[in-house]
Design a protein around this ligand. Structure first.
Ligand code: SF4
Ligand code: SF4
Length: 432
């Protein structure tokens, strides 16, 4: 066994309100410069939705002449010779600016200083990069705005009514995303210059700006599309997990400024000797369990005997992430089927369950009623399973049940009722 320490984050999706405070404070800190106007190290996407960049989860788009082996190495694909050559010499398999979005601003001068007239002043948005009017194709969270308005046209009104009914049954939630600081990072594996590296002491994945030659293979190679290209410097850039702050004991900017207080940062201990084995399991649905198996209980004798620096061991013992991820199995990894072993995990959203149950007259915060209606959740379990467990519904259902039990417990506490005697629920309640 080779125990190592890894900085990790857990986000509780029930608490995210999509306010983008995290995105904006991250941008002001890290990407408020020419060349990275379009870049959001932290983004918050609407789910279901296309994400940022658009359709990044459609992995076939980025593969080209190469494929990622189960061990996390890039190897040439069978066939596709032209795509392979293009990948080597031009690397066209990256998102376009339209997939990210073209940053724009209004011509405020025109809007505020236009002379008095019968018409409302018109100020087409202009690209922040070129200054030219932009044809807005896409931007963050436009998936939010797909509702319909009643129309005086009878045909359109009927359509609108159908849309309204459809939307009454709709569901959505927010998914904040940063770089996953993966245990098996494909960005590192795909860099021809060796510029991307994973820090031994805390697992943060960084780009050495002096070594980067602008190949952009990391942009193509990251399945989460969390490496970006700076068009001014010609170098790759990515989330740094705010390492200058973490090194002096401060949380990341996104965590410190999060309005929902939903980001939990901590140190996980894992067995580095078994990373390749965990990334190589045959059945995608086993990847969640395989990754869980890597994590070492920081209070166990194995952790104490591992020879880790005492401050790291202390940090791991005080950290909430092991408990949320492994002890209580409340948090799940994003797209484990990408096999990079991501280290930002998510507590799945439970709130829509309440909506689903209120229609039946049941109390959604009563765990017994939730268990009876677990197949009728407003957010389909299958959708969450596609996001978090490579399609396996069992871990998602189990996490939601534990959340419902905990919510029931919280209600009893808050109403001054005698809560059930349950040390685990008490611990989860204190954590979340
Ligand atoms: Fe690299 Fe992408 Fe994993 Fe971040 S999410 S460590 S950029 S592979
Ligand atoms: Fe969600 Fe927190 Fe970001 Fe707001 S600041 S969008 S609540 S993660």
């Amino acid at each position: 066994m080779k125990p190592m320490a890894q900085i990790a984050m857990v986000m509780n999706l029930d608490k995210c309100i999509g306010c983008h405070t995290c995105s904006v404070t991250c941008k002001q800190t890290w990407t408020n410069r020419p060349g990275v106007e379009y870049v959001w190290f932290n983004n918050v996407e609407t789910r279901p939705g296309q994400g940022y960049p658009r359709r990044y989860e459609d992995q076939e788009r980025w593969r080209g002449g190469w494929e990622l082996t189960r061990g996390g190495r890039l190897k040439p694909r069978a066939g596709g010779r032209l795509r392979k050559l293009l990948t080597i010499f031009a690397n066209p398999l990256m998102p376009s600016i339209q997939d990210y979005y073209e940053p724009w601003t209004y011509d405020y001068e025109n809007l505020t200083n236009a002379p008095l007239s019968d018409d409302v002043p018109v100020a087409p948005p202009r690209s922040l990069i070129t200054g030219e009017p932009v044809k807005i194709g896409w931007s963050a969270n436009w998936d939010d705005d797909l509702g319909g308005d009643p129309s005086p046209d009878p045909v359109l009104a009927k359509l609108s009514e159908q849309v309204k009914v459809a939307f009454e049954q709709a569901y959505m939630f927010y998914l904040p995303r940063i770089c996953e600081h993966c245990l098996n990072p494909s960005c590192v594996a795909s860099c021809p210059s060796g510029a991307l590296y994973k820090r031994a002491e805390d697992g943060i994945v960084l780009v050495d700006q002096d070594r980067c030659r602008g190949w952009r293979m990391c942009v193509t190679g990251c399945p989460y599309k969390k490496v970006y290209f700076n068009h001014k410097t010609g170098k790759a850039e990515k989330c740094t997990f705010c390492y200058p702050r973490v090194e002096v004991g401060l949380p990341t900017v996104c965590s410190e400024t999060c309005v929902g207080r939903l980001r939990y940062i901590g140190v996980l201990l894992y067995d580095a000797d078994r990373v390749t084995e965990a990334a190589s399991v045959t059945d995608e649905r086993d990847l969640y369990e395989a990754q869980l198996d890597l994590f070492i209980d920081p209070h166990s004798p194995a952790a104490a005997a591992a020879g880790l620096p005492s401050d790291w061991l202390d940090a791991a013992r005080r950290s909430p992430v092991y408990d949320l991820i492994k002890r209580y199995r409340l948090a799940l990894p994003l797209h484990p089927e990408y096999r990079t072993l991501p280290m930002v995990w998510y507590v799945p959203p439970l709130s829509p369950v309440v909506d689903a149950l209120s229609a039946t007259g049941h109390d959604g915060e009563d765990a017994d009623n939730l268990f009876a209606a677990i197949d009728a959740l407003r957010i389909p379990i299958g959708y969450l399973a596609e996001l978090f467990t490579a399609g396996d519904p069992a871990p998602v259902t189990a996490a939601l049940r534990r959340l419902a039990e905990m919510r029931s417990y919280m209600r009893a506490v808050n109403l001054g009722e005698r809560p059930p005697e349950d040390p685990e629920l008490e611990a989860m309640y204190r954590l979340l």
